[in-house]
Every structure is written in structure tokens, then in C-alpha cells.
Design a protein around this ligand. Structure first.
Ligand code: ZN
Length: 210
């Protein structure tokens, strides 16, 4: 299948060396196209015309097999399990450059740059709420919704489900709102639809043109 998605991950291992060893071990069953270390070093693992096994059971825009239609980038960070910490500037510089190049080679749109937690909200939380999505969005990598007056106002569960679906999410996933907040409203990870989260979703869908 053509590549239409870019999926960003954190490695979630205690060290970069441990993460690289696992990604290079055929017995692990996991792989990625690239890994970006904290100092900005980029490791290329799987050629971009080959499938890598990074997303697991995932869905986006109503379809599964995310691995078959995406490029996966692992970003070194211990993750929530081993001491989650901010992503250094040198690392973000490298991530930005790599994402821009991958998007250019495959014609991936800003709306189709996703977090692992976006496509597998009940299983995954990476790259997480410390990842600098606003910075990447300023560079045209992913979207950063800016709600306006028209995005405010009352909502109901049916509208929230429709917005989630239009944005690409699996609206039936129990932790889907937590995934939305982890990416777009990291200051308050409640997992509950509130007026700010809904306004962000309305602005996001509008920015996506969906
Ligand atoms: Zn991941």
C-alpha cells in the first residue's frame, strides 16, 4: 500500500542502547524505519519501501493495518515506565528534519502525522504529553488546533463521537479522549469530554478540512 501516515513513537526503554538492540533483534518482532537518539543521531533501520512492525494493532481513519501504510519513527525516551522526561532540542531538531524529508518523499499531509497513542489509544501513550507537537506543527508537521469563538458552545456525546471519527480516531476506544488530550491539551489529562477538549476537536477537524 502507498505510505500515507507518519507515526511517531517513543522507545520506552531505559536506554537508547537497549532500544536499538531490541529494534535490531529479529526475535523481538518489532521494528521501525528510524530511531532518533537524544543527541540528534538518526539511525535508519528499515528502508522506506518496506513494512516495519511498529504500530501493532492500530486503526486510523476507519482502517487498520497502520504498519502497511506508514513510516514509523522511534524517538529515544525512557517513557512513562522508566522515567519520562522532556525531549532535548537537538533531538527535536533531528526529528523535525527527518519528518519533513519523509513527508516530502511520500506526499504525507500535516493531518496524517500521528502519535502511536492516536492510532492505538487503549494500548499506547507514546510519544506522550511532553512531546513538542506545537513546535512540529509550526514546521508543517502535524496540526495544532487553535479554537476560535465559533468552536465554543454546548456539545453532546453524539457530536463528540462524530468529531473523533472525522479527526481519524476510533471513537469507540474507551481511552480515546485521553489520547486527544495527551496530544492537544497536555495540561489536563482527564480522559473526559469537556468544553475545552471539544473546542479543540472542532478546530482540529476544521483545520483538517474534514
Ligand atoms: Zn509506540
Amino acid at each position: 500500500m502507498p505510505v500515507e501516515l507518519l507515526v511517531l513513537h517513543y522507545t520506552g526503554m531505559p536506554t537508547a542502547a537497549a532500544a536499538l538492540a531490541r529494534l535490531c533483534d529479529p526475535a523481538s518482532g518489532v521494528s521501525a524505519h528510524y530511531t532518533v537518539d537524544e543527541d540528534g543521531t538518526v539511525y535508519a533501520h528499515v528502508p522506506e519501501d518496506r513494512r516495519a512492525w511498529h504500530a501493532g494493532v492500530s486503526t486510523w481513519r476507519g482502517a487498520g493495518d497502520v504498519n502497511g501504510r506508514s513510516i514509523g519513527i522511534e524517538i529515544v525516551n525512557p517513557g512513562h515506565e522508566f522515567g519520562y522526561r522532556p525531549f532535548p532540542a537537538a533531538q527535536m531538531d533531528a526529528v523535525e528534519g527527518l519528518c519533513r524529508a519523509v513527508m516530502g518523499r511520500h506526499g504525507i499531509s500535516a493531518a496524517d502525522v500521528v502519535a502511536h497513542s492516536d492510532v492505538a489509544p487503549d494500548r499506547k501513550e507514546d510519544p506522550g504529553e511532553l512531546f513538542d507537537w506545537p513546535r512540529l506543527a509550526r514546521a508543517g508537521i502535524g496540526l495544532w488546533p487553535m479554537p476560535s469563538r465559533e468552536d465554543q458552545g454546548p456539545f453532546d456525546a453524539a457530536e463528540v463521537a462524530a468529531l473523533l471519527t472525522r479527526a481519524g480516531y476510533d471513537a469507540a476506544a474507551p481511552r480515546v479522549l485521553l489520547a486527544v488530550q495527551r496530544r492537544y491539551r497536555p495540561a489536563a489529562l482527564t480522559g473526559v469530554a469537556d468544553s475545552e477538549t471539544v473546542a479543540l476537536l472542532r478546530a482540529l477537524v476544521r483545520a483538517m478540512g474534514r
